[in-house]
Design a protein around this ligand. Sequence first.
Ligand SMILES: [Zn+2]
Length: 266
Amino acid sequence: MTRLADHKTEAILLRCVDIGETDRIVHLFTPDLGRVTAMAKSARKSVKRFPGTLDLMNHLQVDLQIRPQRMTYIGRGKLISPFLELRAVPSRFALGCYLVELLGRLAPEGGAGGDSRRLFDFTLGAMHSIENLDPGPKLRMFLMLESLCALGLRPELRHCVRCGTELAGGDAFAFHFGEGGAHCGGCKREDGSSVPIHLGTLRLLEQGLHFGIDKLDRLQIPTREMREAEQLVGRFHRFHVGLELRSEAFLAEAFATHARGGANPA
Ligand SMILES: [Zn+2]
C-alpha cells in the first residue's frame, strides 16, 4: 500500500456528518486541493487531536493522510478561527451557512492552478465581511453575486453579450440568464429567459463588484435599482445553482426577522 506523507493545509469546514459512536465525516475546502472529503476517526472523543475544531464554518489547520484510491483521513486539526461574530447574529450565521453550502455544491475538487487558492482567499475575506458589515439585503445580494464570480460565473454587465456593444444611453436593456449577460436594445428578446433591466442597475452591480464585499458600505442603491438587482441576482443564482440550497429558507427567515427588528435594511 502506498502511503503518502501527511499533507498539511488550511481548510474551511463546509459540512460534517457523524458516523457511528465517535467518528465524523467532514467536507473541507482547501486552498491547494479544492474540495476534500475526509474521515476524522474518534473525532467526537479525541480532545487532543480535535480540540473543538470540527464544526461548520471553522477555519482550520489540518493534517490529511491521503492514499491513492482510498478514503482520506484527518490526523489532527487545529483551530485558526471559529468566526465567533458570525455565529452571534442569526442573519450573519445564515449568510455563512449559505456561503459554505454553495461552496460544497459548486467548488471544484482538486486544486487546479491558482483557482482554489483564489476561491479560498475570497471565502475567508467574505467570512470576515459577514462578521463586520451590516447583514442586510445589500450584503446578501453581493455575497451571492461575488460568490458566483469567484466560482467562475461572472455575468457580463457592461457589454451586450450578443453583439459586444458597450451599453450606454437611455435604451431599455435586458439580462439573459442562459447567455450570462446583458442584451442591448437591438439584441434583446421577449422569450422568458431574460428580464428587463435599467442601465443604472447594471452600473451599480458593476460598481459593487469593483468595490468588493468589504467596501460595500460605500455603495448607495436606490429602491428601484435594488429591487431589479435582487431579482436579477436571485434568478442568475437559481440558473447556475439549480435546486434550492437548504440554507436559502433559513436565510429568508433570518432576514425577515432582521427586517422586523427595525435594523437598517441596506
Ligand atoms: Zn447587442
